[in-house]
Each structure stands twice: as C-alpha cells, then as structure tokens.
Design a protein around this ligand. Sequence first.
Ligand code: NAG
Ligand code: FE2
Length: 438
Amino acid sequence: MGCQNLILILIVSVLISSACCSSANDYIRPKPRQLLHFPWKYHTSSEPQQVHISLAGENHMRISWVTDDSYVPSIVEYGTSPGHYSAKSEGESTSYSYLLYKSGEIHHTVIGPLNPGTVYFYRCGGEGPEFQLRTPPAKLPITYAIAGDLGQTGWTKSTLDHIDQCKYDMHLLPGDLSYANYMQRRWDTFGELVQPLASQRPWMVTEGNHEKEYIPLVKDSFQSYNARWKMPFKESGSSSNLYYSFEAAGVHVLMLGSYTDCDEYSDQYGWLKADLAKVDRKRTPWLLALFHVPWYNSNVAHQGEGDGMMSAMEPLLHAAGVDIMFAGHVHAYERSKRVFSGNSDRCGAVHITIGDGGNSEGLARRYKNPNPEWSVFREASFGHGELKIVNSSHAFWSWHRNDDDEAVKSDEIWITSLASSGCLADKAHEFRKILMGP
Ligand SMILES: *[C@@H]1O[C@H](CO)[C@@H](O)[C@H](O)[C@H]1NC(C)=O
Ligand SMILES: [Fe+2]
C-alpha cells in the first residue's frame, strides 16, 4: 500500500471517529474472558470461607459462611468497634451432597437488632478473621449496585472491581450467580470471588436458570442455591426462597421467581398479592421488582421467554405501581421508557435488563430491528448499574460499561417516582379489584 493511501485512511478514520461523539457506536465490544483460576488454598478446618450477608427482616442481617469442619458452631460475634464484640447470635448450619461432591458446612446466622447506617465488626464461628459490614440507612438516600449474570471470568472481576469503587449500600442481583452449571466446586469459588464485597454489603439475589441444576429423578432444582444463598423469604411471609421481598430506607423491593409457578392460582402470585397489599407508599414511596427473564427485551436472545410471567403478573404489578423492574438473562444492557402491556405508558414501569455482569457465555449482540418504540437505550457490553434513590420523588440511574477495564458511565437518567406523579391515585381502584380477585 502506498504511503499516500495510508495517510488517506488515517485521515478518514480520524474523521469518522471524531464525528461521532456518542462513543457507543465506535466502541469495539470485547470477547468473553476466560474463567478465573482459583489456586488451591489451605484452610484450617474452622476458617470462615465464602462469607456473605443479606438483610433478614427489619434491622437484622443474615451472615452466611462455609467451614470445612461440620463441628464449628454457627456463632457470630459482633460490635461497633474492632475487636470488641458486645453481642453474639447463634444460627444454624446445613450441608448437601451432589453426586460425588460433598459441600462444606454452610452456616446461616441472623444478627440484630442493628442500627441503620452503621459499621459493625464481626467474627464467624468464635475465632478467626474479623469482617466488617455496613447496614443500610434508615432513610433515603440509598444507593444500589445492580448486575446480573455474573459468572466468574475476567469480566466478572472487572465488574466487581468497579462496583467496589462506587459508594453503595446494597447489591441487587437479578439471577444467574455462579454459572457453576452442576460443577459444585464452582459454587465455592464463586463464594470466594465475591466475599470481599458480599461480606461488607448485603447481597440480595433472586434465581436464574443457572441456579436450577435439575437432574430428572436424581436432583431437585435449586438445591445448591437454596442451601448457600438463603434469602429472607420467611421474614417476608413467603414459603419459598425463590421469591420474597424486603424493605430498606423508603424502598420496597420485590424479588420474584422466573423459574417457579406464577399464574394467578400459584403460591407466588398469592404471596405477591398479600405482600403488595401491605405496602404503604407513605413509608416506602418507591417500589422495585427484580426477576431473571426480561419482559421488555428487543435483543434477539431469549425473545418471548418472559411472556408467560408477564401476562400473569404485569397487570398486578402495574396496578400496584411498580416504579422500576430489573431483569438479567440477556447478556446486554437495555432500558425502556415507562411501559405497560407492550406500549409506553406514563404510569407504567421502567424496565431495565442488566444481565451484563461478565459470564463466560459472552454478550448477546444481535438486536431486533427496528428498535421498538419503548426501547430507549440498548447495548451489548459488560457493565453494571447504580441506582441512587435520592428522595421520595427522584432517583438517578446510571449504567457503567466495562470499557477496557475502566468503568465508563454510558447511560444515565433521572427517574421520578409514580408516588410523586399522581399515578398511584389513578390506579387505586384497579389495584383493589385485582386484590379482591381469586
Ligand atoms: C428531590 O431530589 C431532587 C433531585 O436532587 C430535587 O430536585 C428535589 O427538589 C428533591 N425533592 C424534595 C422534596 O426534596
Ligand atoms: Fe439466564
């Protein structure tokens, strides 16, 4: 190639890249990364491993961890200054077998009552290293980090590093955690990978298809997930770890199950109605919902998979006035306008697909064209989201793409609550009608 041609190409490419100030278009999407390597580590038999925490009813926190030794007591000592444990709780432990694999002892201990917005120091099993956590604030503002479909690759690590750098109170995960895919050892390495974050801030998770690990006639679904990631379902009146709710700082959060029955005669639907009937929007002006399979998805991947759940539950959630619904499953990011029943609706919910945590299956790159009227932003990149609920009327949402390992804020929007828009009053009649139904 002649030198002149080369210069011409250079000039043209500079022109093209500078003409486009929204970098989304010239951004070259990366390939999936390899699974992380977890070197074997020596653990004493009582050493706490895979420590993670989750809310467990008002002002309480569940501490979950694993030990090699089954005789370690499920004790957590805690207090507000390092090395001084003024309180102690005892919990319970469990273990499970999966074909040739035998899990360590999985401990779950609820501590509290705890003060809001407070740092606590804690120790698991009566000895060993000290951890620290911070409880969520009593009042708004509150900030959530949100990323689904995490897995345990180099991209997962990048996503977790970015989340670690942001100031947040809680992690919300709309399904697909470890991608263990029946290899139980990978549940352990996932626990090891997330411990630095999940031992400090509550991780509130709901299940995805990769949690199922069903083997017909041999293994029930969700055995490992339920044993390891116990969520406050009893505390929220639910009979299953696969759906529950919790409240913190003026926000009521519904964690729904995409892989359990959801029709109007199902347990989940009955529980959801009862749970929504108790929500007081003066106390919790914001209402969020998370589940794995998106209902508003213009990616080619997983088209229509959420339709059954959507037709069963959208009328109820709409009437109840859910502000924002988060889903995963599709390995990409998408944000909708406020929508209901397939169309934009100023009293509908904003739907956000955030299944871009970084798993080994890679990105879902193909989109349906043309772009549906309700879809505002869609991009197949790895990343994470942050939702800062500022006050009863305003929340700031941002999506941060993993751009060559740097978190680059690529989408942002102020969202105003339905509670502040007058929409809830318009829906009250519809909501009561559905609550009275079967
Ligand atoms: C809520 O926060 C928004 C954004 O910061 C602000 O404009 C608004 O005035 C606040 N509303 C109240 C009632 O404080
Ligand atoms: Fe999935």
